[in-house]
Design a protein around this ligand. Structure first.
Ligand code: PEP
Ligand code: MG
Length: 767
């Protein structure tokens, strides 16, 4: 069957493509509004598209249960193939479009390696092929394709037009009940059975409640508009009202929570993004209503998101999605806040991904956990969730398809897993563990007032690792002795651009103020490796962990380091300031860094600023080469902090971020423990304070081993604080040290079993 011959200039190739697209949309609107079943309307739609785009074929494939695309309507292919031809997602060109959620345009389709010939459709004579995904709510619902007998290079305008049409078809697929909606949400019967979904822990803790699926898609009733000017005016009004609502939110977040404020400022910038608004305006000019235009741009956005690997760009695109939803609500005149009386008392929020402001829309008193299909540790939403102390599991594959609204969920943020509709016995285990956790927290709170002293009277300094201002209140709640590691790169990572001296000064001043006189070890910028800055060039290093990072960048870009040191020294005027340098591999590097610091001290003095009342300078011990330069290094430093995360990776040549290497080498290996013991001795002789600030200090058994090798300063994440304190108060450190002396020479991978047995036999509380 061939397409109806075009009697009007073909859309996309007419002198005024936007006018052509508008006319096509107007015709489709009439079809959509017309009578007949959804199938009848779909048949008319493919006919109209073929006619207006002068195509020989127009076909619509709809996604059915089990990731199968079924031919639902065609003009130009064999009509008998309708409801018979099916292909899996990923199979053939149509399946490829669905799998990657992106258009494919080919001048000569049969020569493409993915072309799958289906004899029943009789499609062999067609060369030109253009197919676009039918997307709704970020999910592919089908594929819309046109074909031409001749070879043909499709231009951008044609691709755009077909994408816009696909959006209208999406409405018919989702709302028009072409396929039973239950079929699309319930993959198979198994979905109703209890299941466990594995993900990644983005924040610790356990929470349970009924599922609330984030923001069900708003239904857009009218897709096509006759009067683009009126739609542009509606858009303008909605954007203004959205901006003022975001400003209100910023005021509400206020200075008290400057990290939120910073994130919200970024968000405000995204909302004012001209490129984004222009794209929406263009879509309106092509004949869409304001709502449909916003949705159209969001669909594009979701497609781009699926293809972008860079976490920062993904997060920005996510912010845009968040804002898009908000804008749609302003266009619809609906309230934005999701905290109405309809929310359950205890709920777990489930989303593909979420912007920071969207999370704040929900009533946090009832929010028990957050599960994201995507999400990364450094995303803004994870940072905000941590501040709110909500357990979060990210990268929970397919969670949105496995969960129905009001299903009961358990979010196990400690182990990065989610239980969906858990059986009674699993529920009972978590209810008991939650109760035990609450009791333990109450017990632990009493520990705050007790000294951090071992059973044999050894004083231990317990400090916190921090990176954001919202971490600092933990100093008070735990009673910690100070901040053993302030990771200055974290505030850099959540900003859209490099912070100037004034911004850094403000940040460090607040840290020192919050610390209220307790010592804070500021570590200079430790970026590179796994920590990337959005505004830093992509280096494409083969081996980033062994590459240009931390102090190496600081020494090669001294003005950057100088500015950071200047901000620290200015913030510390009249106070004690402690600064340490990360990833130092040679004494010469330390000397060079120290010189830069001295220059800044002098510069400040010359400017009449007396600077800090005392300045202590330290070094991170992370690179094994430094172990062989201690005699030269120790006289030059005031303190040293072991970064056990990096130390393990460099000592064993084992990438810390590679899951294949998980548990292959152990922190409690004789090698690492001997290194630490040697450091304790050498630093003791030299009068240099030695601490450890890697994750090792956050685990009670590992922390016990640290006390066994003689360490007396530990810096850890706040949630671990009381567990470690409880452990040390139950330990006889001298006795453990003597026991460990017999172990160092054992030819074993790890001393963990021996230390566990020791703890069990000697009543050491490990949590
Ligand atoms: C470490 O390496 O142990 C450390 C504390 O530094 P970071 O984890 O920030 O690399
Ligand atoms: Mg490190």
């Amino acid at each position: 069957m061939s397409g109806t011959p075009a009697i009007v200039p073909e859309v996309g190739r007419s002198p005024d493509p936007a006018a052509g697209a508008r006319r096509l949309l107007a015709r489709l609107r009439d079809v959509m509004a017309g009578s007949g079943s959804a199938q009848d309307r779909l048949d008319k739609i493919v006919m109209t598209i073929a006619h207006e785009m002068a195509a020989d074929v127009c076909s619509c494939y709809v996604m059915r249960a089990g990731e199968v695309l079924e031919l639902f309507a065609t003009i130009g292919l064999n009509p008998d193939a309708v409801h018979k031809t099916r292909m899996r997602v990923g199979e053939g060109l149509i399946g490829d479009v669905a799998a990657h959620s992106r258009p494919i345009a080919l001048a000569n389709a049969p020569s493409h390696p993915n072309f799958a010939y289906r004899p029943e459709t009789g499609e062999d004579p067609f060369n030109g092929f253009l197919a676009v995904p039918i997307v709704r709510g970020g999910r592919v619902r089908g594929v819309l394709a046109i074909q031409h007998k001749d070879r043909r290079d499709y231009d951008e305008q044609e691709v755009e037009t077909l994408q816009t049409i696909a959006m209208i078809v999406a409405e018919l697929v989702v709302v028009g009940e072409l396929v039973d909606s239950r079929e699309l949400s319930v993959v198979n019967d198994l979905v109703l059975l209890p299941s466990r979904v594995e993900g990644t822990s983005l924040n610790r803790g356990v929470g349970m409640g009924v599922a609330v699926l984030h923001r069900p898609q708003l239904t857009i009733r009218q897709m096509v508009a006759d009067d683009p000017e009126a739609e542009l005016a509606r858009l303008k009004e909605a954007v203004t009202s959205m901006h003022s609502a975001i400003d209100q939110m910023l005021i509400a977040v206020g200075e008290s929570d400057s990290e939120h404020a910073e994130i919200m400022q970024t968000y405000r910038m995204v909302a004012a993004d001209r490129g984004w608004l222009n794209r929406i305006r263009e879509a309106i000019r092509s004949g869409l209503t304001a709502e449909a235009a916003v949705q159209r741009v969001q669909d594009d956005n979701s497609t781009r998101m699926a293809q972008v690997a860079d976490p920062y760009i993904r997060d920005r695109l996510l912010d845009l999605n968040d804002i898009t939803n908000r804008l749609l609500q302003h266009l619809a005149g609906k309230p934005v806040v999701a905290t109405g009386g309809t929310l359950p008392d205890e709920f777990v929020l489930v989303a593909r991904n979420l912007g920071p402001a969207e999370l704040l829309d929900y009533d946090r008193r009832r929010l028990r956990g957050l599960v994201l299909e995507e999400g990364s540790a450094y995303s803004h939403v994870a940072i905000v969730a941590r501040a709110l102390d909500i357990p979060v599991v990210g990268q929970a594959a397919d969670i949105l398809r496995r969960v129905e609204p009001l299903d009961f969920l358990i979010v196990d943020g400690d182990n990065g897993q989610v239980f969906v509709r858990p059986a009674d016995d699993i529920q009972a285990v978590f209810v008991a563990s939650l109760a035990a956790r609450q009791r333990r927290q109450a017990e632990y709170a009493k520990l705050r007032e007790l000294p951090a002293v071992t059973r044999d009277g050894q004083d231990v300094k317990l400090m916190l690792n921090c990176g954001l201002l919202i971490d600092l209140p933990h100093l008070k709640t735990t009673g910690a002795d100070g901040v053993g590691l302030y990771r200055t790169e974290i505030p850099f990572m959540v900003r859209p651009s490099y912070p100037d001296v004034a911004t850094q000064f403000e940040n460090y001043s607040k840290v020192l103020e919050e610390a209220g006189g307790l010592p804070v070890n500021f570590r200079t910028l430790d970026v590179g490796g796994d920590k990337t800055l959005p505004y830093f060039p992509e280096l494409g290093e083969e081996n980033p962990a062994l590459g240009w990072r931390a102090i190496r960048i600081g020494l090669d870009r001294p003005s950057m380091l100088r500015k950071q040191l200047r901000a620290m020294l200015m913030a510390g005027a009249g106070r004690d300031v402690r600064i340490m340098f990360p990833m130092v591999a040679t004494v010469a590097e330390f000397i060079q860094a120290r010189r830069i610091l001295d220059l800044e001290v002098k510069r400040l003095k010359d400017a009449g600023n007396p600077g800090p009342s005392a300045l202590k300078v330290g070094v991170m011990m992370e690179v094994p080469a430094l172990l062989f330069q201690l005699d030269a290094l120790l006289p030059l430093v005031d303190f040293m902090s072991v970064g056990s995360n990096d130390m393990l990776q460099y000592l064993f040549a084992s990438d810390r971020g590679n899951p294949m290497m998980n548990n292959r080498y152990d922190l409690l290996s004789p090698a690492l423990l001997r290194v630490l013991k040697m450091l304790v001795e050498k630093c003791g002789e030299a009068g240099v304070t030695l601490s450890l600030c890697g994750e090792m200090a956050s685990k009670p058994l590992d922390a016990m081993a640290l006390l066994g090798v003689g360490m007396r300063h530990l810096s850890m994440s706040a949630p671990a604080f009381f567990e470690v304190k409880s452990m040390l108060r139950s330990l006889h450190a001298g006795d453990l040290a003597a026991y460990m002396d017999q172990l160092y020479h054992l030819p074993v991978r790890s001393l963990r079993p021996y230390l566990k047995a020791y703890a069990a036999d000697h009543g050491v509380r490990l949590g």
